[in-house]
Design a protein around this ligand. Structure first.
Ligand SMILES: Cc1cc2nc3c(=O)[nH]c(=O)nc-3n(C[C@H](O)[C@H](O)[C@H](O)COP(=O)(O)OP(=O)(O)OC[C@H]3O[C@@H](n4cnc5c(N)ncnc54)[C@H](O)[C@@H]3O)c2cc1C
Length: 372
């Protein structure tokens, strides 16, 4: 048992909430969230899926270490996931991308299976006949982000932690061995430790606190809801191998994305008409029916550092300043593992072997972070 600290977490997205609910077991924890409610930015705008063969080895290993949490939620959490099959599909001229995907991931994910265009159309009859092959992943999950956040929020409050909303940290300074944090409403808080879980704003928070600058780039991604006019509830998620479109069942509708990555400043991201039109066009080129208009659209920011691994660990410059950022397009699905890892590091506990092996690969002072 370590000594109780007062820990201030800047950011009430999945990163801040999942870590705060862990830390509150042994510490006094306060979350500061600039908006009226937690999860308002990236967390509330995700596609809400969990995919094991994803992005790179670090993301893959964090995902493997997270799966159980979603499939068998701990006490106090409601149902967090449902099985979802995920199929990467290709036309003849990019069938080699399916082969490359299977070559990269099959050893680590032996359940992946090559399938024919006919087999894919048996499940998703609207796909055009030019789709000739695919890679089928039966171990993906559709996540319930609301239940995940709500479970963490409840657990945090039960452990006597607190969330202050409409509370943007605007001044942060280390004075007399503790952090002094001034909010935009004039209030001042003190903490023994500061956690930077500010999503797209993480470099701004680092600058305020005098921490190192990492090269973090928020990128806008668009979500579109369409009505396919047919029963799509049992369909798998479909990713196009060229990487520029995916869709998945969303109750009786489809959620579609052109998988865009447009550099953005940190902001309340809004969908761009052009990105929506591109998404609709790519969807219509892939299917045999006409889907003429979106029912609803949104956009959110996915923030990356150059190697597309997250940034987790103590800052090498600012004292008692901990990074929990750069969660790109995988911040929900890896949250059980990274919050466990971060809480172990903060409480100075030994980590399980699978997470210990990642410590250097996610550290804020790793060599390939391309600091500005
Ligand atoms: C379209 C889309 C699809 C996605 N699909 C998936 C998916 O299927 N699976 C998956 O795992 N991930 C997905 N993601 C990525 C996932 O949403 C993010 O990785 C995750 O939400 C990041 O969480 P976060 O807590 O770091 O950031 P956020 O949720 O953005 O939270 C950061 C919070 O910090 C607050 N903040 C910032 N500065 C301050 C300050 N100074 N003071 C107080 N508060 C502050 C902000 O208001 C914000 O609420 C997707 C993202 C998008 C946009």
């Amino acid at each position: 048992m370590t000594e109780q600290k007062h820990i201030v977490v800047v950011g009430g997205g999945i990163a801040g909430l999942s870590l705060a609910s862990e830390l509150a077991l042994d510490n006094q924890v306060t979350i500061l969230e600039a908006e009226m409610q937690p999860g308002y930015h990236s967390t509330g705008r995700s596609a809400a899926v969990f995919v094991i063969p994803f992005v790179n080895d670090v993301v893959h290993r964090l995902s493997v270490a997270s799966e159980r949490f979603f499939v068998e939620p701990p006490k106090g959490f409601d149902c967090l996931s449902q099985r979802l099959t995920n199929v990467l599909v290709a036309e003849a001229d990019n069938a080699d991308q399916v082969t490359a995907f299977l070559d990269t991931w099959s050893r680590r994910c032996p359940w992946l299976k090559r399938v024919t265009g006919g087999e894919i159309r048996d499940e998703v009859p609207i796909l055009k006949k030019e789709i000739v092959c695919g890679a089928r992943d039966e171990r993906s999950l559709a996540l319930d982000v609301h239940n995940i956040l709500e479970g963490h929020r409840r657990r945090l409050l039960e452990r006597n932690g607190s969330i202050e909303t409409r509370a943007r940290g605007v001044e942060m300074s280390w004075q007399a061995d503790r952090w002094r944090i001034e909010l935009d409403n004039g209030k001042v808080l003190f903490g023994d430790m500061l956690i930077n879980a500010a999503g797209a704003w993480a470099t701004e928070v680092a600058e305020l606190a005098g921490a190192v600058q990492v090269s973090l780039q928020p990128k806008r991604r668009t979500g579109i809801i369409v009505d396919p006019g047919v029963d799509s509830t049992s369909w798998p998620m479909i990713h196009v191998a060229s990487g520029d479109l995916y869709f998945k069942p969303e109750t009786s509708m489809l959620m579609v994305s052109p998988a865009d990555e447009t550099d953005s400043a940190p902001c309340d991201a809004q969908p761009d008409e052009w990105d929506v039109a591109v998404g609709m066009d790519r969807l219509n080129q892939l299917v045999t029916i006409d889907i003429d208009r979106p029912e609803r659209t949104w956009a959110g920011l996915r923030s990356f550092v150059p190697d597309r691994a997250p940034v987790i660990g103590f800052d090498p410059q600012a004292p008692c300043f901990f990074w929990l950022a750069a969660f790109g397009g995988f911040g929900v699905q890896t949250s059980p593992a990274y919050s466990r890892m971060a809480s172990g590091l903060i409480n100075d506990e030994s980590l399980p072997d699978d997470l210990e092996a990642l410590r250097e690969l996610v550290a804020p002072d790793r060599p390939n972070l391309d600091r500005g």
